[in-house]
Design a protein around this ligand. Structure first.
Ligand code: SF4
Ligand SMILES: [Zn+2]
Ligand SMILES: [Zn+2]
Length: 313
């Protein structure tokens, strides 16, 4: 059945439930990009003179992010973009997305830097998981964040753009409420500039995940929909499913969650003012403590490794 676009006479390719509109290819793209621009402007994410590092895993969201930023800003000579891919060393999962990241940056003519756990920490994530007693995502999250910030800073980035979308953000907001972790919730508040820390920005915070997928399809962008073998977040999955069902019944409610969170920002800022960061005693990277989390985890892993080596002698 031919469904007409609500804005013109062309065939609709997308039913935008939160607005009750049907959109053709061209109006979908316009609308999507308008909301990305709106988020960027609202939070002053990208401004004249910025050098923006894009965290490009090669997954569908980050590929779309590199593509859309390139499209929106390609005529702006006063703003630069480049991509950083962190290769954690997850066999079977990461290599294909690293290839996608190479392909899309080549296509866009964007500088691309690949940084691996192995080169920087002498171990892949797979090796850390075998050796250590922490959850895979703990090693992955801490070391990835560390390397992204360090690399972006060393490459003189002024902003670090990540591809978190409206679904990711609202899941995190609700999850923090449900776990009564208001301090963690406050960490979602857009931060001010801190020495040694490249400011993170999230241009996709106003677009739904499924819209990102449609955008990728409409531009025929390379997509990898595989899931990390370590991915295991039962509580987050429940929150995701709940939000999905709720949104299905009452379209637009993810925006309500986001707007409610935004209304709380002044209180959160007052309750948890941003603390001044120290410099890690071991590696010199910014940290709220004396020694950063990455150095602590590294030390633990090194102790375990030397025990293993000792016992096999
Ligand atoms: S799910 Fe996989 S990629 Fe994501 S944080 Fe966990 S280990 Fe890393
Ligand atoms: Zn149209
Ligand atoms: Zn450190």
């Amino acid at each position: 059945m031919f469904v007409k676009c609500s804005q013109c006479s062309r065939q609709a390719v997308y039913c935008q439930r939160h607005s009750g509109r049907h959109l053709c290819r061209s109006h979908f793209i316009k609308d999507f990009e308008k909301r990305v621009r709106y988020a960027i402007k609202k939070y002053r994410m990208i401004e004249s003179g910025d050098r923006v590092a894009i965290a490009l895993s090669g997954g569908k969201d980050s590929v779309a992010l590199a593509f859309v930023l390139n499209r929106l800003y390609r005529k702006r000579k006063d703003i630069e973009f480049f991509a950083i891919t962190i290769d954690e060393g997850i066999e079977g999962y990461r290599p294909p997305t690293v290839e996608i990241a190479k392909k899309i940056t080549e296509q866009l003519g964007m500088k691309h830097h690949i940084v691996s756990f192995k080169e920087n920490f002498d171990m892949t994530l797979d090796e850390m998981v075998k050796l250590g007693d922490k959850k895979p995502c703990t090693y992955c999250g801490v070391f990835r964040k560390y390397l992204l910030n360090k690399t972006a800073r060393e490459l003189e980035a002024t902003k670090l753009a990540t591809a978190h979308n409206l679904d990711d953000e609202t899941q995190t907001i609700l999850l923090n409420f449900l776990q009564s972790d208001i301090e963690r919730l406050a960490r979602l508040v857009p931060q001010r500039v801190q020495k040694g820390l490249v400011m993170r920005v999230k241009p996709f915070r106003e677009v739904y995940e499924r819209e990102v997928v449609v955008y990728n399809i409409l531009f025929n962008l390379p997509m990898d929909m595989n899931e990390c073998p370590y991915s295991h977040f039962p509580i987050r999955a429940s929150v995701r499913d709940f939000l999905y069902d709720f949104e299905n019944k009452y379209p637009g409610r993810k925006y309500s969650v986001m707007r409610s969170f935004e209304a709380l920002i002044p209180c959160l800022k007052e309750m948890y003012p941003q603390i001044e960061l120290n410099t890690c005693e071991r590696c010199g990277e910014p940290t709220p403590k004396k020694v950063c989390q990455a150095c602590k985890l590294r030390e633990e892993l090194e102790v375990k490794l030397s025990k293993v080596k000792h016992s096999s002698l």
